[in-house]
Design a protein around this ligand. Structure first.
Ligand SMILES: [Fe+2]
Length: 438
């Protein structure tokens, strides 16, 4: 008796690496776009079932755009030591930071393109999606490295952090514009929590010590090692970017979880920080994601208080902004809808946090978008494009879609039809040909 394979969904991994050229374009790709949109995400190898989505091997999906044409699409697993050698993360009781799944993000900085997962060193990759290897900034990096480093548009620096599995093991890293790791500052922290993102203003970094706590016993039993422990409490740690002598200022907040910060900025003596907020996370089941809301934390650094404001009720994830405004006041946030039980919504929302209005691009039934990346076209905060992959359930294929960020109700500027499925992943970026990638 043969067992029919379950029908593919927008989450089903792909089993092959392919190259496709001269792709079909509906609409018109902006001729000024010249570069690669590359998105990362977990894609377990055939026959492998990781204990959690977060542990699947990273796969990059890249589309090359130049001269108004969709020149090529290719997908490649990141050939980490975990992928190639099945190298263990822990050897003789010691964590090997050169072993990664590199499945969360891909960023360009200095002359490097880095595939990132928060538990390990970065992995260098190339525009053609081939893998270099683990990268420790020429020996300077001694900790894991977040998948959400932030480039400061004012200084050109890349700010990042690493958190280890021992209490107190949070380190704030600063990489200069040329790509050298120039500062690693230990930040005392209470416990080993899942710290996925942080906030960067023009003068501060803000760390989120939230109650998803690492549990070594569960890790040893092969279970998802992070658990919701509201009794751990929740606090924000405010750090002065340019003065390591000023101790971190911890301010208590109500227990919650935040994977992603949309943006943050200084406001007088305070800090404003917009986040995708989970009231609780994985309280019952680490395989599911609770609904979110978009919230604003207004941090009073003098009184040591945080005021929380609901900006919008709808459940979203993967917030992005015009990153020319990282650390400065922003007006627009773009985010993708996620259903309450993890089913994909079909829309990308644009939040105007000044007027409170929300405009939406709905791709229609069965069309599930991933994270939408903003690519600037001109001066003006929403003068640019949104790029994302959109899964079409009826065809079991994906499209690469370019929207006009200033007009969410318009038809896509361009839709590139792929002959393959791009499963829902995590984060991607537009790597312009102007980026000086070696
Ligand atoms: Fe993330």
């Amino acid at each position: 008796m043969t067992v029919a394979a379950a029908p593919a969904t927008y989450r089903t991994p792909v089993s092959e690496e392919i190259d496709a050229f001269d792709l079909e374009v509906e609409g018109a790709l902006p001729p000024e776009l010249s570069g690669d949109y590359i998105r990362n995400g977990p894609n377990p190898r055939p026959g492998e079932t990781p204990r959690h989505l977060f542990f699947g091997d990273g796969m990059l999906h890249g589309i090359r755009i130049a001269g108004g044409k969709a020149v090529a699409y290719r997908n490649r697993w990141v050939r980490t030591r975990a992928f190639v050698e099945n190298a263990p993360f822990v050897r003789r009781g010691k964590i090997d930071l050169t072993v990664a799944v590199a499945n969360t993000n891909i960023v360009a900085h200095g002359s490097k393109l880095l595939a990132l997962v928060e538990s390990s060193f970065p992995t260098t990759v190339h525009r053609d999606l081939t893998t270099g290897g683990p990268y420790d900034f020429d020996g300077a990096l001694k900790t894991p490295f977040t998948a959400h480093p932030k480039a400061c548009p004012q200084t050109g620096e890349l700010h990042a952090f690493g958190i280890g599995l021992m209490p107190g093991a949070l380190t704030y890293h600063r990489i200069d514009a040329a790509g050298a790791l120039v500062e690693s500052r230990p930040i005392p922290v209470k416990g080993p929590t899942m710290m996925h993102d942080f906030a960067l203003t023009r003068s501060h970094a803000v760390f989120m010590d939230l109650p998803i706590v690492f549990d070594v016993v569960r890790a040893l039993l092969g279970k998802t090692p992070y658990v919701w422990k509201p009794k751990y409490g929740a606090r924000l740690g405010i750090v002065k970017r340019n003065d390591p002598s000023v101790p971190v200022r911890w301010i208590e907040i109500d227990p919650c979880y935040v994977f992603h910060v949309a943006n943050a900025y200084d406001d007088g003596e305070g800090i404003v920080m917009d986040v995708v907020h989970y009231k609780e996370l994985w309280a019952k089941d680490a395989g599911s994601f609770d609904p979110t809301t978009l919230r604003r934390w207004t941090i009073d650094t003098v009184a040591g208080r945080v005021r929380e404001t609901l900006l919008d009720q709808r459940s979203i994830e993967f917030p992005r902004i015009d990153e020319r405004l990282t650390g400065a006041p922003h007006r627009y946030i773009y985010a993708v809808g996620v259903g309450a039980t993890g089913e994909g919504r079909t829309a990308i929302d644009k939040f105007d946090v000044v007027s409170g209005s929300v405009t939406t691009h709905d791709f229609g039934p069965g069309h599930v978008p991933g994270e939408a990346v903003f690519v600037p076209a001109a001066s003006g905060e929403d003068a640019g494009w949104l790029m994302c992959y959109v899964y079409d359930a009826a065809r079991d294929r994906s499209d690469f879609v370019v929207l006009d960020a200033s007009d969410m109700s318009a038809q896509p500027v361009a839709t590139v039809h792929l002959r393959v499925r791009v499963p829902l992943g995590f984060h991607g970026n537009w790597i312009s040909d102007d980026a000086n990638i070696a």
